[in-house]
Design a protein around this ligand. Structure first.
Ligand SMILES: Nc1ncnc2c1ncn2[C@@H]1O[C@H](COP(=O)(O)OP(=O)(O)OP(=O)(O)O)[C@@H](O)[C@H]1O
Ligand SMILES: [Mg+2]
Length: 274
């Protein structure tokens, strides 16, 4: 499958590792990687979940923190129905496919909409970062909600984020939001690892490549803002199907050509930090 392999020079890796200002690291975790995009529905949760599983497949100890308080996706994507255990003081992460996971969806009834106000979101994020017994993790992958709101602010200002990956689709309207996302992280001093172009093309039954949402926009935006373009992921119905069944593609079909793309991303991140 034609794609841009996320290979980086040593100089670029050193730049990506550069120290962020002193903020609280998440206890029990070496590196915190946020998956973000100001735009909704571009595939952040799908990317975060498959990236976490891919990092595990390449030998890392990984946690997945669902920071989407208004619309958690991790319980459904990983097929988790159990509640985390608590000793009254700390929460134990729920372990699935060898990932340590936490989501507001483990604690609330998922069918009932929650009315959250800003301070409640902030306090949920603090609980997830300070009161969960994350254990010996190399990486924690944070699945951010859409937007540039309280969650992004709380994380960026209070938690040590070692790198943020911005996921986008190639439409102009998505890119406008991506630019807002880039500016927010830059302003808050969060190190942006790079941009990922998700759903960038579709391969039809005729074998032809269809650029449904336009072409090259994410790469161009990356260049414009001097960020790294990390690569592209095509539209593939298997990605959605596996996610809906609670066993993401990297876990259910590790040899699939799409899984290999996530594994390339995982190897790039592993070699950057470890
Ligand atoms: N590369 C892809 N090919 C096909 N379907 C995809 C791809 N990436 C994501 N999807 C599908 O797109 C939908 C939205 O994905 P996802 O929930 O990951 O987006 P999101 O950015 O996290 O959304 P939100 O902003 O609501 O949190 C899902 O149904 C998912 O299965
Ligand atoms: Mg999501």
């Amino acid at each position: 499958m034609p794609k841009e392999k996320p290979e980086l020079s040593d100089a670029m890796k050193a730049k990506m590792r550069r120290k962020t200002p002193e903020k609280n690291p998440i206890k029990g975790t070496k590196f915190t990687i946020a998956v973000s995009s100001a735009k909704g529905g571009v595939g952040k949760s799908t990317f975060a979940t498959n990236l976490a599983l891919a990092l595990k497949k390449v030998g890392c100890k990984v946690g997945l923190l669902d920071a989407d308080i208004y619309g958690p996706s991790v319980p459904k994507m990983l097929g988790i129905n159990e509640k985390p255990k608590s000793d009254g003081e700390k929460l134990e992460p729920v372990v699935k496919y060898d990932l340590q996971c936490m989501s507001i969806g483990f604690l609330t009834d998922q069918q009932t909409p929650m009315i959250w106000r800003g301070p409640m979101v902030t306090s949920a994020i603090k609980t997830f970062t300070q009161k969960v017994n994350w254990k010996d993790l190399d990486f924690i992958i944070v699945d951010m909600p859409p937007g540039t709101g309280d969650t992004q602010l709380t994380f960026s200002q209070e938690i040590k984020i070692d790198g943020a990956i911005i996921v986008s689709t190639p439409q102009e309207v998505a890119l406008l939001d991506v630019i807002r996302g880039i500016k927010m992280f830059d302003k808050l001093g969060v190190n942006i690892l790079g941009l990922v172009d998700n759903m960038s093309f579709f391969i039809g039954d005729d074998g032809k490549k269809y650029k449904i949402f336009g072409e090259g926009g994410v790469k161009k935006t990356a260049e414009e803002f001097q960020k790294k373009f990390l690569g592209e992921i095509p539209i593939n119905s298997e990605i959605g199907r596996c996610g809906d069944e609670g066993k993401p593609i990297v876990e259910s079909n590790t040899d699939h050509e799409i899984s290999k793309i996530y594994l390339d991303f995982a190897n790039m991140i592993k070699s950057t930090y470890l």
